[in-house]
Design a protein around this ligand. Structure first.
Ligand code: MG
Length: 135
């Protein structure tokens, strides 16, 4: 699989940079989990605006202008930064939790079942289980 992301920066590196950024501005007092979640939700709204009102044939960012893609990257980064900060403030090891969740998803959505029984379908996972039980 081709690499698409910068390889040397870790989520821990980002966590430290974001924490230092907040410390330098004395923003810790404002970075409560609720405030961070609300801020992240606002940024998700800004991310949605990147796609809002585009036609069905204009949903692929590869075809957007460089300025549009740069803006998309900024909004994705805003969401990521708040997500990392929220995880940090909630004492959640985000990369470990993400790896664990991927493992759980692999059990919940077995690849063999997805390919053989519901290939390309957006059926809810409970349908997979029902389908599995019928075998
Ligand atoms: Mg933003």
């Amino acid at each position: 699989m081709a690499e698409r992301f910068e390889k040397t920066l870790t989520l821990e590196d980002l966590r430290k940079k974001i924490a230092a950024f907040a410390d330098e501005r004395n923003w810790n007092q404002y970075h409560t989990p609720r405030n961070l979640l609300l801020a992240m939700t606002g940024e998700v709204g800004e991310l949605c605006e990147c796609f809002q009102w585009r036609g069905d044939n204009d949903q692929n960012p590869d075809a957007w202008t460089a300025a549009e893609r740069e803006h998309l990257g900024e909004e994705l980064s805003d969401v990521l930064i708040y997500l990392i900060r929220l995880a940090d403030k909630c004492n959640v090891d985000l990369p470990a939790a993400a790896l664990d969740k991927i493992k759980k998803n692999a059990i919940k959505y077995p690849a063999a079942v997805c390919i053989v029984q519901v290939q390309g379908s957006s059926l809810k996972y409970t349908t997979y289980e029902t389908t599995q039980e019928k075998k």
